[in-house]
Design a protein around this ligand. Structure first.
Ligand code: 13P
Ligand code: SF4
Length: 311
């Protein structure tokens, strides 16, 4: 039996479900029960019926799944898979920041620790941040964190009163606007797709700005047959699956011509580690109940608003 066959057998035997983010390695996306962006994975984790949930993503995704499904055994194939964006905001500093802005509503991106979520009023993902900010009463004062690029983008499109945390994702910040422009000149028929975690200069040269799921949806519905993609290249796996015959070019990074905007944290998970996670039931995500319950409130608010808005 090969690894994939062993994983499928163990999954059945243990009543397990495998979730994988679009930035996971192709072979992991291939064996997963569900693939999706951060919002979809949280929605599935909240609802799916199983004893074991294996989250192929990074630590904050495992925590989010555990917060929403406390009775399930939630496993991460590699529990050292962090996130530079989540690391850019710790709870002690956020608490001090909140004290500087009394009366502000705290909106945090899902790419945060459980401790930060516990200090948050509403969690958002890149798929629903705009709609959730717009659903706030006019005049609401908002603290938005930790991604400054997403925050500034949302502030720009909504015109809302927002103070923005100064954090960023090192992967999305790497894309080069000049390199994308050059590539576009060579491929004038290509549409430029960019994730809102990218710098302003990259968003300015993009034809479409959206979450991973929104960019994927656009690539399917657009009449264009060529795309320059400024987000983690793991998404190309599903774009190619859903759009046979279309061409996807990974956007270049500041480092040079190579498409090296790969999230090394996301790629820490391998098929071997996924197999071991199921076989040895490791690495289990655990959270103190008080923290879990506090962090659940702003995530549930996000899920409720998203359901109402059919997101
Ligand atoms: P989405 O899954 O919301 O598109 O976010 C991208 C990301 O960087 C996940 O870590
Ligand atoms: Fe974090 Fe960026 Fe990697 Fe997403 S792509 S997990 S935001 S470091």
């Amino acid at each position: 039996m090969n690894l994939t066959e062993k994983i499928l057998e163990l999954k059945k035997e243990k009543n397990a479900v495998i979730l994988a983010h679009y930035y996971q390695r192709d072979e992991i996306q291939q064996v997963a029960d569900h693939i999706g962006d951060s919002l979809a994975l949280a929605q599935i984790a909240a609802k799916c019926d199983c004893d074991i949930l294996v989250m192929c993503g990074v630590n904050f995704m495992g925590e989010t799944a555990k917060i929403l499904s406390p009775r399930k055994k939630v496993l991460l194939p590699d529990n050292t898979a962090g996130c530079s964006l989540a690391d850019s905001c710790n709870a002690v500093d956020l608490q001090k920041f909140k004290e500087k802005y009394p009366g502000y509503t705290v909106i945090s991106y899902v790419n945060t620790t459980a401790e930060v979520k516990a200090l948050t009023d509403i969690v958002v993902t890149s798929s629903n941040a705009r709609q959730i900010v717009e659903s706030m009463p006019a005049g609401e004062k908002i603290i938005f964190g930790p991604d400054r690029n997403l925050g500034n983008y949302i502030k720009g499109v909504t015109g809302r009163d927002m103070v923005i945390w100064d954090g960023a994702c090192h992967v999305h910040e790497q894309f080069s606007a000049a390199g994308i422009k050059e590539l576009k000149e060579k491929n004038p028929d290509a549409e430029v797709l960019a994730h809102p975690e990218c710098n302003r200069s990259v968003l300015d040269v993009a034809d479409v700005v959206g979450s991973t799921a929104a960019l994927l949806k656009h690539s399917v519905s657009s009449p264009s047959v060529k795309f320059i993609v400024a987000t983690e290249p793991g998404i190309l796996f599903e774009m190619k699956n859903r759009c046979p015959g279309k061409e996807f070019i990974p956007a270049p990074s500041e480092e040079g011509g190579c498409a090296c905007n790969i999230c090394s944290y996301m790629k820490q998970n391998t098929l071997e580690k996924l197999y071991e996670a199921l076989e040895y039931e490791r690495y289990e995500v655990t959270l103190p109940e008080e923290l879990r319950a506090k962090a659940e409130v702003p995530i549930r608010r996000m899920l409720e608003i998203s359901e109402k808005l059919k997101l």
